[in-house]
Design a protein around this ligand. Structure first.
Ligand code: NIG
Ligand code: FE
Length: 414
Protein backbone atom coordinates (compact mmCIF):
# COMPACT_ATOMS: atom_id res chain seq x y z
CA UNK A 1 0.00 0.00 0.00
CA UNK A 2 1.27 3.49 -0.83
CA UNK A 3 0.59 6.38 1.49
CA UNK A 4 -0.25 9.94 0.53
CA UNK A 5 -0.26 12.52 3.31
CA UNK A 6 -1.61 15.75 1.93
CA UNK A 7 -2.13 19.32 3.07
CA UNK A 8 0.02 19.16 6.20
CA UNK A 9 0.29 22.64 7.70
CA UNK A 10 4.03 22.17 7.81
CA UNK A 11 6.29 19.45 6.48
CA UNK A 12 9.45 19.77 8.55
CA UNK A 13 11.84 18.05 6.14
CA UNK A 14 15.22 18.64 7.89
CA UNK A 15 16.53 18.20 4.33
CA UNK A 16 20.30 18.21 4.09
CA UNK A 17 20.85 17.88 0.33
CA UNK A 18 22.90 14.76 0.72
CA UNK A 19 24.95 15.94 3.71
CA UNK A 20 25.40 13.38 6.47
CA UNK A 21 24.49 15.83 9.23
CA UNK A 22 24.17 19.49 10.12
CA UNK A 23 26.64 21.62 12.08
CA UNK A 24 26.64 25.15 13.49
CA UNK A 25 24.01 27.45 11.96
CA UNK A 26 22.87 24.67 9.60
CA UNK A 27 21.20 23.04 12.60
CA UNK A 28 18.61 25.84 12.52
CA UNK A 29 17.60 25.17 8.94
CA UNK A 30 14.67 22.75 9.03
CA UNK A 31 13.62 23.07 5.39
CA UNK A 32 9.99 23.67 6.37
CA UNK A 33 7.39 23.41 3.61
CA UNK A 34 4.19 25.25 4.47
CA UNK A 35 1.09 23.34 3.32
CA UNK A 36 3.00 20.31 2.11
CA UNK A 37 2.36 16.83 0.80
CA UNK A 38 4.40 13.63 1.07
CA UNK A 39 4.01 10.41 -0.89
CA UNK A 40 5.49 7.13 0.38
CA UNK A 41 5.81 4.24 -2.09
CA UNK A 42 7.10 0.79 -1.20
CA UNK A 43 8.25 2.09 2.18
CA UNK A 44 10.32 4.95 0.74
CA UNK A 45 9.60 8.63 0.29
CA UNK A 46 8.71 9.12 -3.37
CA UNK A 47 7.57 12.74 -3.45
CA UNK A 48 7.71 15.72 -1.10
CA UNK A 49 6.76 19.31 -1.83
CA UNK A 50 4.07 21.98 -1.72
CA UNK A 51 0.55 20.61 -1.96
CA UNK A 52 -0.24 22.93 -4.89
CA UNK A 53 2.58 21.31 -6.87
CA UNK A 54 1.38 17.72 -6.40
CA UNK A 55 -0.10 16.61 -9.68
CA UNK A 56 -0.01 12.79 -9.64
CA UNK A 57 -3.27 10.95 -10.08
CA UNK A 58 -4.56 9.44 -6.88
CA UNK A 59 -5.26 5.77 -7.59
CA UNK A 60 -6.63 2.86 -5.60
CA UNK A 61 -3.14 1.81 -4.48
CA UNK A 62 -2.89 4.97 -2.36
CA UNK A 63 -4.15 5.37 1.14
CA UNK A 64 -4.83 9.10 1.51
CA UNK A 65 -4.61 11.03 4.76
CA UNK A 66 -5.75 14.61 4.98
CA UNK A 67 -3.32 16.32 7.38
CA UNK A 68 -4.85 19.78 7.53
CA UNK A 69 -4.25 21.23 11.04
CA UNK A 70 -1.40 18.81 11.58
CA UNK A 71 2.33 18.85 10.94
CA UNK A 72 4.65 16.16 9.65
CA UNK A 73 8.14 15.45 10.93
CA UNK A 74 10.72 12.72 10.29
CA UNK A 75 10.33 9.99 12.95
CA UNK A 76 12.61 10.58 15.92
CA UNK A 77 15.85 8.65 16.20
CA UNK A 78 16.89 7.80 19.77
CA UNK A 79 20.61 7.00 19.34
CA UNK A 80 21.49 5.95 22.92
CA UNK A 81 19.42 3.62 25.11
CA UNK A 82 19.86 0.69 27.46
CA UNK A 83 16.29 -0.50 27.01
CA UNK A 84 16.86 -4.22 27.46
CA UNK A 85 16.85 -4.72 31.21
CA UNK A 86 14.92 -6.37 34.02
CA UNK A 87 13.81 -5.04 37.39
CA UNK A 88 13.68 -1.41 38.40
CA UNK A 89 15.55 0.88 40.78
CA UNK A 90 13.03 3.23 42.32
CA UNK A 91 14.68 2.56 45.71
CA UNK A 92 17.79 4.34 44.42
CA UNK A 93 15.67 7.19 43.17
CA UNK A 94 14.17 7.59 46.62
CA UNK A 95 17.64 7.51 48.22
CA UNK A 96 18.77 10.28 45.86
CA UNK A 97 15.86 12.45 46.97
CA UNK A 98 17.38 12.21 50.44
CA UNK A 99 20.82 13.25 49.28
CA UNK A 100 22.63 10.05 48.24
CA UNK A 101 24.62 10.34 45.00
CA UNK A 102 24.65 7.95 42.00
CA UNK A 103 28.26 7.16 42.89
CA UNK A 104 27.54 6.37 46.57
CA UNK A 105 24.66 4.11 45.59
CA UNK A 106 26.83 2.26 43.05
CA UNK A 107 29.56 1.76 45.67
CA UNK A 108 27.02 0.09 47.97
CA UNK A 109 26.12 -2.52 45.34
CA UNK A 110 23.37 -0.57 43.60
CA UNK A 111 23.72 1.05 40.21
CA UNK A 112 24.54 -0.92 37.08
CA UNK A 113 25.45 -4.09 39.03
CA UNK A 114 21.99 -4.22 40.62
CA UNK A 115 20.45 -4.43 37.15
CA UNK A 116 23.09 -6.96 36.07
CA UNK A 117 21.94 -9.31 38.84
CA UNK A 118 18.33 -9.04 37.60
CA UNK A 119 19.22 -9.51 33.95
CA UNK A 120 21.28 -12.61 34.69
CA UNK A 121 18.28 -14.30 36.26
CA UNK A 122 15.87 -13.33 33.45
CA UNK A 123 15.33 -15.42 30.31
CA UNK A 124 15.95 -14.02 26.84
CA UNK A 125 12.28 -14.43 26.06
CA UNK A 126 11.20 -12.38 29.04
CA UNK A 127 13.83 -9.69 28.39
CA UNK A 128 12.41 -9.34 24.90
CA UNK A 129 8.88 -9.06 26.21
CA UNK A 130 9.89 -6.29 28.61
CA UNK A 131 11.85 -4.52 25.87
CA UNK A 132 8.92 -4.68 23.48
CA UNK A 133 6.72 -2.87 25.98
CA UNK A 134 9.24 -0.03 26.08
CA UNK A 135 9.59 0.02 22.30
CA UNK A 136 5.82 0.30 21.90
CA UNK A 137 5.62 3.28 24.25
CA UNK A 138 8.52 4.92 22.43
CA UNK A 139 6.78 4.52 19.07
CA UNK A 140 3.67 6.17 20.49
CA UNK A 141 5.90 9.14 21.38
CA UNK A 142 7.27 9.33 17.84
CA UNK A 143 10.47 7.29 17.97
CA UNK A 144 10.99 5.20 14.83
CA UNK A 145 14.66 4.21 15.22
CA UNK A 146 16.36 3.27 18.47
CA UNK A 147 19.87 2.21 19.40
CA UNK A 148 19.99 -0.47 22.11
CA UNK A 149 23.05 -1.50 24.10
CA UNK A 150 24.04 -4.67 25.88
CA UNK A 151 25.98 -4.13 29.10
CA UNK A 152 23.79 -5.60 31.82
CA UNK A 153 25.05 -9.16 31.29
CA UNK A 154 28.77 -8.66 31.82
CA UNK A 155 29.75 -12.27 31.24
CA UNK A 156 29.95 -14.32 28.06
CA UNK A 157 26.55 -15.99 28.21
CA UNK A 158 24.58 -13.04 29.50
CA UNK A 159 26.05 -10.48 27.12
CA UNK A 160 25.14 -12.84 24.29
CA UNK A 161 21.67 -13.34 25.73
CA UNK A 162 21.14 -9.60 25.63
CA UNK A 163 22.55 -9.21 22.13
CA UNK A 164 20.49 -12.10 20.81
CA UNK A 165 17.36 -10.55 22.32
CA UNK A 166 18.22 -7.23 20.66
CA UNK A 167 18.88 -8.91 17.29
CA UNK A 168 15.59 -10.79 17.44
CA UNK A 169 13.86 -7.44 17.95
CA UNK A 170 15.78 -6.12 14.91
CA UNK A 171 14.28 -8.91 12.81
CA UNK A 172 10.80 -9.13 14.28
CA UNK A 173 9.78 -5.52 14.88
CA UNK A 174 9.02 -2.76 12.42
CA UNK A 175 10.82 -0.16 14.53
CA UNK A 176 14.43 0.14 13.39
CA UNK A 177 16.60 -1.26 16.21
CA UNK A 178 20.37 -0.68 16.14
CA UNK A 179 22.46 -3.05 18.33
CA UNK A 180 25.54 -1.95 20.29
CA UNK A 181 27.93 -4.09 22.34
CA UNK A 182 28.72 -2.52 25.73
CA UNK A 183 30.69 -5.23 27.54
CA UNK A 184 32.74 -2.46 29.18
CA UNK A 185 29.81 -0.98 31.11
CA UNK A 186 31.04 -1.95 34.58
CA UNK A 187 33.37 -4.51 36.14
CA UNK A 188 31.16 -7.39 37.30
CA UNK A 189 31.32 -8.44 40.96
CA UNK A 190 33.13 -11.73 40.30
CA UNK A 191 35.97 -9.80 38.60
CA UNK A 192 36.09 -7.00 41.20
CA UNK A 193 39.71 -7.64 42.13
CA UNK A 194 40.89 -8.71 38.70
CA UNK A 195 39.63 -6.16 36.23
CA UNK A 196 42.34 -7.04 33.70
CA UNK A 197 40.89 -10.56 33.44
CA UNK A 198 37.48 -9.08 32.63
CA UNK A 199 39.04 -6.88 29.94
CA UNK A 200 40.70 -10.03 28.54
CA UNK A 201 37.30 -11.71 28.39
CA UNK A 202 35.94 -8.75 26.43
CA UNK A 203 38.89 -8.51 24.06
CA UNK A 204 39.72 -12.17 23.52
CA UNK A 205 36.31 -13.84 23.61
CA UNK A 206 33.37 -11.48 23.44
CA UNK A 207 34.50 -9.06 20.72
CA UNK A 208 35.62 -11.80 18.30
CA UNK A 209 32.35 -13.69 18.83
CA UNK A 210 30.04 -10.68 18.65
CA UNK A 211 31.93 -9.27 15.64
CA UNK A 212 32.07 -12.52 13.69
CA UNK A 213 28.39 -13.28 14.29
CA UNK A 214 27.52 -9.64 13.46
CA UNK A 215 25.52 -9.22 16.65
CA UNK A 216 26.45 -5.54 17.05
CA UNK A 217 27.23 -2.62 14.75
CA UNK A 218 28.91 -0.52 17.41
CA UNK A 219 31.22 -1.13 20.36
CA UNK A 220 30.72 1.21 23.30
CA UNK A 221 32.66 1.75 26.56
CA UNK A 222 31.97 3.57 29.84
CA UNK A 223 35.08 5.75 30.13
CA UNK A 224 34.81 7.03 33.69
CA UNK A 225 36.67 6.93 37.03
CA UNK A 226 35.58 3.79 38.85
CA UNK A 227 34.59 2.05 35.58
CA UNK A 228 37.07 1.91 32.68
CA UNK A 229 40.14 4.11 32.14
CA UNK A 230 41.08 5.76 28.88
CA UNK A 231 43.72 3.22 27.91
CA UNK A 232 41.50 0.27 28.73
CA UNK A 233 38.75 1.81 26.62
CA UNK A 234 41.12 2.45 23.75
CA UNK A 235 42.26 -1.17 23.72
CA UNK A 236 38.66 -2.41 23.68
CA UNK A 237 37.53 0.00 20.96
CA UNK A 238 40.53 -0.79 18.73
CA UNK A 239 39.80 -4.48 19.06
CA UNK A 240 36.14 -3.84 18.24
CA UNK A 241 37.20 -2.01 15.06
CA UNK A 242 39.15 -5.08 13.91
CA UNK A 243 35.89 -7.02 14.10
CA UNK A 244 33.85 -4.44 12.21
CA UNK A 245 32.28 -2.56 15.12
CA UNK A 246 32.46 1.24 15.01
CA UNK A 247 33.40 2.89 18.31
CA UNK A 248 31.14 4.89 20.62
CA UNK A 249 32.13 6.32 23.99
CA UNK A 250 30.26 7.16 27.22
CA UNK A 251 32.50 10.19 27.78
CA UNK A 252 33.05 12.76 30.55
CA UNK A 253 29.78 11.97 32.33
CA UNK A 254 30.58 12.47 36.03
CA UNK A 255 34.14 13.81 35.75
CA UNK A 256 36.49 14.88 32.97
CA UNK A 257 37.62 11.46 31.64
CA UNK A 258 39.38 12.42 28.38
CA UNK A 259 36.58 10.46 26.76
CA UNK A 260 36.01 13.09 24.07
CA UNK A 261 39.71 13.06 23.08
CA UNK A 262 39.60 9.28 23.01
CA UNK A 263 36.51 9.35 20.76
CA UNK A 264 38.29 11.64 18.31
CA UNK A 265 41.47 9.56 18.36
CA UNK A 266 39.78 6.23 17.64
CA UNK A 267 37.42 7.75 15.05
CA UNK A 268 34.27 7.14 17.06
CA UNK A 269 30.93 7.79 15.42
CA UNK A 270 29.76 9.51 18.61
CA UNK A 271 30.82 10.57 22.09
CA UNK A 272 27.87 10.58 24.45
CA UNK A 273 27.04 12.46 27.71
CA UNK A 274 29.90 15.05 27.71
CA UNK A 275 28.70 16.91 30.82
CA UNK A 276 32.37 17.51 31.76
CA UNK A 277 33.95 17.74 28.30
CA UNK A 278 36.93 20.13 28.12
CA UNK A 279 37.96 22.64 25.43
CA UNK A 280 40.48 20.27 23.89
CA UNK A 281 37.88 17.51 23.61
CA UNK A 282 35.44 19.88 21.93
CA UNK A 283 38.06 21.03 19.45
CA UNK A 284 39.12 17.50 18.53
CA UNK A 285 35.55 16.29 18.14
CA UNK A 286 34.88 19.21 15.81
CA UNK A 287 37.91 18.34 13.65
CA UNK A 288 36.95 14.69 13.39
CA UNK A 289 33.19 15.21 12.97
CA UNK A 290 32.41 13.03 16.00
CA UNK A 291 28.72 13.44 16.88
CA UNK A 292 28.08 14.72 20.43
CA UNK A 293 25.08 12.77 21.66
CA UNK A 294 23.71 14.76 24.59
CA UNK A 295 21.48 13.23 27.25
CA UNK A 296 19.71 15.98 29.20
CA UNK A 297 17.36 13.45 30.80
CA UNK A 298 20.30 12.06 32.79
CA UNK A 299 21.30 15.48 34.14
CA UNK A 300 17.66 16.15 34.99
CA UNK A 301 17.09 12.77 36.66
CA UNK A 302 20.36 12.68 38.64
CA UNK A 303 20.35 16.42 39.41
CA UNK A 304 23.73 16.88 37.71
CA UNK A 305 25.06 19.58 35.43
CA UNK A 306 24.13 19.69 31.75
CA UNK A 307 26.49 19.30 28.81
CA UNK A 308 27.71 22.55 27.19
CA UNK A 309 25.52 22.26 24.10
CA UNK A 310 26.03 25.87 23.00
CA UNK A 311 29.80 25.60 23.13
CA UNK A 312 29.70 22.35 21.16
CA UNK A 313 27.39 23.74 18.46
CA UNK A 314 29.31 26.99 18.19
CA UNK A 315 32.55 25.01 17.82
CA UNK A 316 31.08 23.13 14.85
CA UNK A 317 30.50 19.81 16.63
CA UNK A 318 27.39 18.02 15.29
CA UNK A 319 24.97 17.65 18.21
CA UNK A 320 22.37 14.89 18.63
CA UNK A 321 19.93 14.20 21.47
CA UNK A 322 18.99 10.86 23.04
CA UNK A 323 17.10 9.63 26.07
CA UNK A 324 19.71 7.16 27.47
CA UNK A 325 16.60 5.29 28.67
CA UNK A 326 17.77 2.95 31.48
CA UNK A 327 16.58 2.05 35.00
CA UNK A 328 19.34 3.97 36.81
CA UNK A 329 20.13 7.33 35.29
CA UNK A 330 17.11 8.14 33.09
CA UNK A 331 13.86 6.21 33.42
CA UNK A 332 12.24 8.12 30.56
CA UNK A 333 11.81 7.36 26.87
CA UNK A 334 10.29 10.57 25.59
CA UNK A 335 12.34 12.32 22.90
CA UNK A 336 10.03 15.38 23.00
CA UNK A 337 10.76 15.77 26.71
CA UNK A 338 14.51 15.66 25.98
CA UNK A 339 13.94 18.43 23.44
CA UNK A 340 12.24 20.69 25.97
CA UNK A 341 15.07 20.09 28.47
CA UNK A 342 17.65 20.83 25.77
CA UNK A 343 15.90 24.16 25.07
CA UNK A 344 15.44 25.30 28.66
CA UNK A 345 18.54 23.79 30.30
CA UNK A 346 21.16 23.78 27.55
CA UNK A 347 20.21 26.85 25.52
CA UNK A 348 19.36 25.06 22.28
CA UNK A 349 16.72 26.51 19.96
CA UNK A 350 13.56 24.63 18.87
CA UNK A 351 15.10 24.26 15.40
CA UNK A 352 18.35 22.84 16.80
CA UNK A 353 16.61 20.29 19.02
CA UNK A 354 14.59 18.99 16.08
CA UNK A 355 17.71 18.56 13.92
CA UNK A 356 19.43 16.92 16.90
CA UNK A 357 16.58 14.38 17.27
CA UNK A 358 16.25 13.49 13.59
CA UNK A 359 19.07 13.91 11.05
CA UNK A 360 21.96 14.30 13.50
CA UNK A 361 20.62 11.49 15.69
CA UNK A 362 20.51 9.29 12.60
CA UNK A 363 24.14 10.23 11.92
CA UNK A 364 25.00 9.16 15.48
CA UNK A 365 24.02 5.60 14.49
CA UNK A 366 25.40 5.81 10.92
CA UNK A 367 21.90 5.85 9.42
CA UNK A 368 21.57 9.38 8.03
CA UNK A 369 22.02 8.19 4.45
CA UNK A 370 18.68 6.44 4.72
CA UNK A 371 16.62 8.14 7.40
CA UNK A 372 16.42 11.22 9.64
CA UNK A 373 14.93 13.63 7.07
CA UNK A 374 11.96 13.75 4.70
CA UNK A 375 13.73 13.50 1.34
CA UNK A 376 13.05 11.41 -1.75
CA UNK A 377 14.62 7.96 -1.45
CA UNK A 378 14.78 7.88 2.34
CA UNK A 379 12.71 5.51 4.49
CA UNK A 380 9.10 6.50 4.97
CA UNK A 381 9.50 6.99 8.74
CA UNK A 382 7.23 9.88 9.60
CA UNK A 383 5.20 11.27 12.47
CA UNK A 384 2.03 13.28 12.32
CA UNK A 385 1.45 15.74 15.17
CA UNK A 386 -1.74 17.55 16.03
CA UNK A 387 -0.11 20.95 16.49
CA UNK A 388 -0.01 23.92 14.14
CA UNK A 389 3.73 24.56 13.99
CA UNK A 390 6.95 22.82 15.05
CA UNK A 391 7.85 25.32 17.80
CA UNK A 392 4.81 24.15 19.73
CA UNK A 393 6.45 20.73 20.19
CA UNK A 394 9.16 21.60 22.77
CA UNK A 395 6.98 24.42 24.12
CA UNK A 396 4.00 22.33 25.24
CA UNK A 397 5.90 19.66 27.16
CA UNK A 398 4.66 16.58 28.95
CA UNK A 399 1.81 16.02 26.48
CA UNK A 400 1.96 13.59 23.58
CA UNK A 401 1.25 15.49 20.36
CA UNK A 402 1.97 12.50 18.10
CA UNK A 403 -1.24 11.21 16.53
CA UNK A 404 0.27 8.83 13.96
CA UNK A 405 3.58 7.03 13.83
CA UNK A 406 4.48 5.73 10.39
CA UNK A 407 7.37 3.32 9.81
CA UNK A 408 8.38 2.47 6.26
CA UNK A 409 5.03 3.76 5.07
CA UNK A 410 3.06 1.59 7.50
CA UNK A 411 0.76 3.38 9.90
CA UNK A 412 1.06 1.82 13.33
CA UNK A 413 -1.97 0.95 15.42
CA UNK A 414 -1.50 0.70 19.17
O1 NIG B 1 24.42 5.97 30.39
N1 NIG B 1 26.73 5.71 32.23
C1 NIG B 1 26.58 4.51 32.19
N2 NIG B 1 25.48 3.87 31.95
C2 NIG B 1 24.19 4.41 32.08
C3 NIG B 1 23.67 4.18 33.45
C4 NIG B 1 23.18 2.82 33.52
C5 NIG B 1 22.60 2.46 34.85
O2 NIG B 1 22.68 3.21 35.84
O3 NIG B 1 22.04 1.36 34.86
C6 NIG B 1 24.20 5.81 31.60
O4 NIG B 1 23.96 6.78 32.34
FE1 FE C 1 24.24 5.22 28.57
Amino acid sequence: MNLLIKNARQVVTVASSGKRLKVGREMRDLGVIENGTVLVQQGRIAWVGRSVDFSMDIDASMEVIDASDRILLPGFVDPHTHLVFAGSREGEFALRTEGASYRQIAEKGGGILATVAKVRETSKKHLKKLALRHLTEMMKLGTTTVEVKSGYGLDFDNELKMLEAINELVKEELINVVPTFLGAHAVPTEYRDRKSDYIRLIVERLIPYVGTKKLAEFCDVFCEAGYFGMEECEQILEEGKKFGMRPKVHADEFNPSSGAELAARVGAVSADHLEYVNERGIELMGHKGVVATLLPGVSFFLGHSYAPARKLIDAGVPVALATDFNPGSCMCYSMPLMMTMACTQMGMTPEEVITASTLNAAAAVSRSHELGSIEVGKRGDLILLNIGNYRFLPYHFGANHVVKTIIQGTMLEF
